[in-house]
Write a protein that binds this ligand. Structure first.
Ligand SMILES: [Zn+2]
Length: 131
């Protein structure tokens, strides 16, 4: 597959991707965290934006439901969570280039802290290109 032609550099260029968190939600009853992430495909030379990909990554917070099961009083404790933080990277898997957005967050039940992480990975073909 050839590179994309950047209208600003006026040449075929490599691409990178940025990632940002659009929203973070935590469902206290299912223990699932939902993180909506927007990735933007950019020119490596000049940061021209070619297109974007938006999707939701859902991860069950490890140990959260078990903890509530085992601690009756934890049900009463105040629950909260952090806005997810995301870090973009590029990985090659089986010869294919993937734009990967790894995210991390934390869920709090009283004094107890649960770490949670997930990722979204897309190929260039999956981006919706701007016209
Ligand atoms: Zn460019």
């Amino acid at each position: 597959m050839s590179g994309l032609r950047c209208p600003e550099c006026e040449s075929f260029v490599g691409t990178s991707a940025t990632a940002e968190v659009e929203s973070t939600d935590f469902d206290e009853s299912t223990g699932e965290m939902e993180v909506e992430i927007r990735m933007v495909l950019c020119c490596e030379n000049c940061d021209h934006e070619f297109g974007e990909f938006v999707d939701t990554s859902i991860v069950e917070v490890d140990g959260y439901l078990d903890y509530l099961d085992e601690n009756d009083e934890a049900e009463e404790n105040e629950k909260s969570y952090d806005e997810a933080e995301v870090e973009p990277s590029i990985q090659t898997r089986k010869g294919k280039k993937y734009y990967v957005a790894k995210w991390t967050s934390k869920v709090y039940v009283g004094e107890k802290v649960f770490s949670v992480q997930g990722e979204m990975s897309v190929t260039r073909d999956q981006f919706d290109l701007y016209n």
